[in-house]
Design a protein around this ligand. Sequence first.
Ligand SMILES: [Zn+2]
Length: 187
Amino acid sequence: MLAAGCGDIVSNYTAILDWKLAHRLLDIDYSDSAAALSEMTAKMTINSADAIKEGLTESAGLVVKALISSGIAISIAGSSRPASGSEHKFSHALDIVAPKPALHGEQCGVGTIMMMYLHGGDWKFIRDTLKVIKAPTTAYEMGIEPEYIIEALQIAHTIRSERYTILGDRGLTHESAKVLAEKTGVI
Ligand SMILES: [Zn+2]
């Protein structure tokens, strides 16, 4: 559960990139302070990745504080944009297509790796951090068949379609979804 919580927090990185993109393209409301708080929360969690271990009360405290900070960022923004973007769309899509979905935060963490790849950011850093926290970084570790990852990537853009993200309005084709999942080592 702790590792899943961390996956939900690293989501902030891609959520903010998606939010900035939508702001640039569609002029949607954007809050610098909400984005800064959300980003700082993700950074602080990642910086203490080594200290986040199962069974440690301090670890639970760290993760809960981070989740609360993300919640505050959402309140400031008046929308879940600071903590939910394309990586959450992917997770919700997996909930629909996979017979046995993994935990929300686990799916969001894996989604963050792939969406960061699309954004051209440091996706390896996200992956390595999740590994340190012992959160899953592959379909296999989530217990999900590769075909469902590809299917979820293809329909992710249709989830909350009014929320513009790096997935755009048309989403990914089967081919591009496969390339994305393979290049990031998810499948
Ligand atoms: Zn979430």
